[in-house]
Design a protein. Structure first.
Length: 348
């Protein structure tokens, strides 16, 4: 489901790259006296590379023969076509290509970007921007016009349409450009939008009710709570390791806070299930459903998400969780017996 918030996110990325390219635009980008043919421009437009994950080195080789323009941002490469009114810029995250922009000056012959969108499907307009997709190449495109130095330019921005994932020992994960890779589904779920299982902290099986009386590591009250370590990451108490194998662990407090503070969070719905698409700096994303939490019954389904980390809280009675709603994303310190979802990370 493509939502308004998702489009805003993509358009923002496109405008960000374009603004950097525009700042370095100069009068010597192309020969004013040269009149390019449609064939010249069409050939240059074919050079726009949208093979996500490509390195800077491979992009530079692909753009051989095109003038490179320095940018103040080391994550952006910009190229100008010799004698042609075409600029192509690429954005990288951790040396992986994550988005691209083509900027074409319009002239009296009304040059257009149709060649660069061969194989794309037009899916509609949003705030004056034309939206296209090419699902076979996993590309999402936004096309619009802008004026620079009283000249009109056509701009097309490209980024990922669907998350790029890989399988590790049977579990899919996504690289968000963070210190760890994140599983695409909750423990116990088969699809990103499924809630999966609910687990008390340190327990590895689900149950019907969650309280001190049913908590495995106490004798019916908080005063009898047993210490199982300040971190259960990768131990016998780690539900991710027990259920998914030794390659997978519960995230630490630090890793969860990295996800919370270094990514863009977009509240949306996937197949009717509300939650967040969490975008890394490389354009890739995961979906965290608002699965609520369990005590005597399921609570806050669809409006709140509570995800355990492997880190003990302020004392042995508590555990650190990610706690979110449509209006907040916080670190919380909750009783260990709460039944919460778990999203695994790939072991370092």
């Amino acid at each position: 489901m493509i939502t308004k918030q998702y489009l805003i996110k993509i358009i923002w990325c496109v405008i960000l790259i374009f603004s950097v390219a525009a700042c370095s635009t100069s009068d010597d980008i192309y020969d004013e006296d040269y009149v390019p043919t449609e064939e010249d421009i069409a050939e240059t437009l074919k050079k726009v590379n949208t093979e996500w994950g490509k390195s800077k080195e491979s992009i530079i080789k692909n753009m051989n023969g095109y003038k490179a323009v320095e940018s103040s941002d080391e994550n952006i490469l910009q190229f100008n076509a010799k004698k042609l009114p075409v600029t192509i810029a690429y954005q990288f995250s951790s040396d992986n290509l994550c988005s691209a922009v083509m900027m074409l000056k319009k002239n009296e012959d009304n040059n257009d970007y149709s060649n660069v969108l061969d194989g794309f499907n037009y899916i509609g307009d949003y705030s004056g921007n034309k939206i296209y997709t090419n699902t076979a190449k996993n590309v999402f495109a936004v096309a619009y016009e802008n004026n620079i130095k009283e000249e009109k330019y056509q701009i097309v921005g490209f980024t990922l349409y669907l998350a790029v994932t890989e399988s590790v020992n049977g579990t899919e994960c996504a690289d968000l450009g963070l210190s760890v890779k994140w599983a695409t589904c909750n423990v116990g779920a088969e699809r990103p939008e499924e809630y999966g299982g609910y687990y008390a902290w340190g327990e590895t099986e689900t149950k019907n009710t969650y309280s001190w009386k049913t908590y495995k590591y106490c004798s019916g009250s908080s005063s009898s709570c047993e210490s199982i370590g300040e971190s259960i990451n990768g131990t016998q108490y780690d539900v991710a390791t027990v259920n998914l194998g030794s390659s997978w662990v519960m995230p630490t407090k630090t890793e969860m806070n990295e996800l919370r503070t270094k990514c863009d969070w977009v509240w949306t719905a996937v197949n009717g299930i509300y939650g967040y698409k969490v975008f890394g700096g490389n354009g890739n994303y995961i979906f965290l459903p608002a699965a609520g939490f369990k005590l005597d019954k399921l609570k806050s389904k669809g409006t709140r998400g509570m995800y355990h980390t492997a880190t003990q809280g302020e004392n042995k009675y508590h555990a650190i969780t990610l706690d979110f709603s449509s209006s907040k994303r916080d670190e919380n310190n909750i009783f260990r017996y709460y039944g919460c979802c778990v999203r695994a990370v790939l072991k370092k």
